[in-house]
Design a protein around this ligand. Structure first.
Ligand code: SAH
Ligand code: SF4
Length: 359
């Protein structure tokens, strides 16, 4: 599958890399050290307007933001769930919307970010792909999700969120590996120690599986985590759940193994469990056969219902437990995602869908 859209021109300063920011500062008569200061203000301190660029001369900072804002997106809605998660709905420069989700778990605060507006992969159980894909997110739009969430965390300290974002997962709207160039630039920006300073090991990218792109992602030789959304180990069933997928399961697992060998990061296999579809004993047996002997973890995710999707059911807890026990008995490491399915908009992509339906 080709990249969904060509990279677009810049809409905010976050779309520039360091060389681009240095060129911009130089064009307005600034010095290289002032370009570094600009990077610090935007990423370390989270400046979102000219006033936030504190120690730059007024003429320089006004010139810098004259053509482009620092950020091109803004928060249009925050929705808090009973279980403590917070969804941020962001409005983009062209009127599109995306979601990011803050998930507190003890000391950890994980931010789930989007990589595309919608998704072209169209998994049958997922809200994100229901209306196809509108476009890729730019590198800046990916990074801005972290900047906005960090602002929100600072605002909400009294509201009980942990003090800072400890982990980022690219598991929101979209298929990240179909937007690889922008993803790569954005992740590098998140890890820049002069700026946001997140460790590569604290970032996980989740993919529906594109072997050639998984290999390109491995070739970056960074320590990002990789999660492969497998859902079923049997080709025919997987094809029913991920209808646009072309690669056979064996090839996906081979590409995941390659990722482990190159980066040293153990791959997580995600399985969204759907009652009587892929939660049967034979489905667990097929997973054991396919993954036996691999260094990996299987993450079971009981399906979160989606309004516009009929005919699928979340399995009963006892069924999930039995599935887990069978995998463990078969020698696999297994985790089960804690329940986050009670609220109306729990499944990622739903807040955006409801918003679109209401406006
Ligand atoms: N496109 C990528 C990343 C975004 S989806 C991918 O598919 O991996 C992130 C994870 O959420 C995937 O494992 C996906 O299968 C899962 N998911 C999507 N819709 C869901 C739902 N309604 N309930 C539970 N998990 C869901
Ligand atoms: Fe796209 Fe992932 Fe949803 Fe599948 S599960 S439609 S790949 S976002």
């Amino acid at each position: 599958m080709a990249d969904t859209a060509e990279p677009r021109p810049e809409h905010g300063l976050t779309d520039f890399d360091d060389a681009g920011l240095a060129a911009l500062v130089a064009r307005h008569g600034g010095k290289p050290f002032q370009a570094r200061q600009l990077t610090h203000w935007i990423y370390r301190h989270g400046a979102s307007d000219a006033a936030g660029l504190r120690n730059l001369p007024a003429r320089l900072r006004d010139a810098i933001v004259a053509d482009l804002p620092i950020r091109s997106s803004r928060v249009v809605e925050v929705s808090r769930s009973a279980d403590g998660t917070e969804k941020l709905l962001l409005g983009l420069h062209d009127g599109e919307t995306i979601e990011s989700v803050l998930i507190p778990e003890g000391e950890r605060l994980t931010l789930c970010i989007s990589s595309q507006v919608g998704c072209p992969v169209a998994c049958v159980f997922c809200a994100s792909g229901l209306d196809g894909v509108r476009r890729n997110l730019s590198a800046g739009e990916i990074v801005e999700q972290v900047l906005h969430a960090r602002d929100r965390v600072a605002e909400a300290r009294h509201g009980g969120l942990p003090a800072r974002i400890t982990n980022v997962v690219v598991m929101g709207l979209g298929e990240p590996l179909l937007n690889l160039a922008n993803l790569e630039a954005a992740l590098a920006r998140l890890c820049d120690e002069e700026g946001i300073g997140l460790g590569a090991r604290r970032i996980t990218v989740s993919t529906s599986g594109h072997p050639e792109r998984m290999r390109r992602f491995a070739a970056l030789r960074r320590s990002y985590g990789l999660a492969l959304s497998l859902h079923a180990a049997e080709d025919q069933l997987r094809k029913e759940l991920v209808p646009t997928a072309r690669a056979p399961v064996a090839e996906l697992i081979e590409a995941a193994q390659h990722y482990f060998e190159i980066t040293g990061r153990e791959v997580t296999y995600e399985v969204v469990l759907l009652a009587d579809v892929n939660d049967r004993p034979q489905d667990a047996a097929a997973l054991i056969d396919a993954l036996h002997g691999r260094t990996c973890t299987v993450n079971l995710i009981p399906w979160n219902p989606v309004d516009r999707i009929d005919g699928l059911r979340r399995p009963e807890a006892a069924r999930v437990d039995a599935f887990e026990r069978q995998l463990v008995a078969g020698g696999l490491n297994v985790t089960v995602r804690r329940q986050r399915g009670s609220d109306r908009d729990a499944a990622c992509g739903q807040l955006r869908l409801h918003r679109a339906a209401e406006t």
